[in-house]
Design a binder for this molecule. Structure first.
Ligand SMILES: [Zn+2]
Length: 405
């Protein structure tokens, strides 16, 4: 995860313009809440904003030139004067904050695991962020901000900043805290002072209203499919056809796209496995379909997340069918590697039928969150997508299927 400049934020013109306006005006509020879907650049923006607030040649006003004379390495001279609304990127403060080593930048993020290992986990995460410009934060369900970290932070707030005119606290995924942590932080967030709070959240409703109401909210939008696809090709070295499929699956989230691009099994293969499941349903063979569903769900050991992913592949395929029916060019298709098959299918099925199937899948996605039996849901969904009236008097006989769930 590279700390970029505000001007370099990917595809978030409104948020970027707002934050740059704050930097340029020098009228910095006490707390900001960067919110929107996961994986669209809120965390990157929070650190970029922090860096621009700590930059010595920006709003803070001090000069770094003298200190740099004695620095071990001379930074490259800026080609242009430092922008008034962004970090200069070359001063001492900018270099420290890019390395997450600025003493007045406090960066807190949720962690999970054994309490004894948490110091290591935190250090490893920060090291990974420094090393890997494409670092993606992935949390376990129970990940949360560590108590000792917020406690240390609150103690530190009593003191003046070390080097800069202000202190910037970035709380990544601030919705992952306990009640008592919020109440402890609330007092500081309420009081205007030398500390600027930058919170990010993709689950803003989980933040207490008392915290939310004290922050200026900055909204982030899902990224365009083209933006994600271009990033994958240009920055992550993903092949173009794969990038199109991954970007379409990622639904506007760059971090999700990077995770998919990084998965052990190629997305194209996952897609083929998912689509192949429909084949027995189309043949009208309920016994084979039931067996395929149970095998896919690995008799209950396959997680719901994978089931969700599988259904999303079917959705994406049908969306491509609609696009093909509307005469979309190759570049607009997610499944470019199966273009011929797509176009042939598109000619044999009506758009109304495609939409009916999409509705069936939508229902299935909603029911996954409820308390349903996964293999049965899969069985009936694929049956209904294929158009066969499975489940209505045509259930597989005991001789053909295993009923051992
Ligand atoms: Zn700077």
């Amino acid at each position: 995860m590279a700390i970029v400049r505000l001007a370099e934020l990917l595809d978030q013109p409104a948020a970027s313009a707002f934050l740059r306006g704050v930097v340029a005006s020098g009228r910095v509020g006490t707390a900001y809440l960067l919110h929107g879907p996961a994986g669209v650049g809120k965390g990157t923006a929070a650190l970029a904003f922090a860096r621009s607030l700590l930059c010595e040649r920006g709003a803070a006003g001090a000069t770094a030139a003298e200190a740099d004379l004695f620095a071990a390495t001379t930074p490259p001279a800026p080609a242009q004067p430092a922008p008034a609304d962004d970090a200069c990127g070359v001063c001492r403060a900018c270099r420290k904050s890019s390395d997450l080593q600025h003493p007045d930048l406090r960066f807190l993020f949720p962690v999970s695991g054994d309490e004894r290992d948490l110091d290591d986990t935190i250090a490893e995460t920060v090291a990974a962020m420094r090393e890997d410009p494409l670092y993606v934060f992935a949390y376990e369900k129970a990940a949360s901000h560590r108590l000792s970290q917020t406690r240390d932070l609150i103690r530190e707030l009593a003191y003046q900043p070390y080097e800069a005119a202000r202190r910037v606290v970035v709380l990544r995924d601030a919705d992952r805290m306990r009640e008592d942590q919020y109440s402890a932080l609330l007092k500081s967030i309420e009081e205007p002072g030398v500390t600027v709070w930058v919170l990010t959240s993709s689950r803003v409703n989980r933040l207490p209203a008392t915290i939310r109401s004290r922050c200026q909210r900055v909204r982030f939008a899902p990224l365009a499919e083209e933006t994600v696809s271009r990033f994958l090709v240009e920055r992550a070295g993903v092949a173009e056809d794969d990038a199109a499929l991954i970007a379409a699956l990622a639904g506007g989230s760059l971090s999700r796209a990077l995770e998919l691009a990084d998965s052990e099994v190629e997305p194209v293969e996952l897609r083929d496995r998912a689509l192949a499941l429909l084949e027995p349903a189309q043949r009208g063979d309920p016994a084979a379909l039931w067996k395929a569903c149970q095998t896919y769900m690995n008799f209950g050991r396959t997680g719901r997340e994978q089931l969700r992913r599988m259904i999303e592949f079917h959705q994406l395929w049908l969306r491509d069918l609609l696009r093909a029916q509307a005469g979309a060019p190759r570049e607009r298709l997610a499944h470019r590697d199966r273009e011929t098959e797509l176009r042939r299918l598109a000619a044999t099925i009506t758009p109304t039928e495609v939409r009916r199937r999409l509705m069936v899948l939508e229902e299935a996605l909603r029911s996954i969150d409820g308390n349903v039996t996964a293999d049965l849901t899969l069985f009936s969904t694929l049956g209904r997508v294929a158009g066969a009236r499975l489940g209505e008097g045509e259930w597989p006989g005991y001789g053909h299927a295993r009923w051992d769930y």
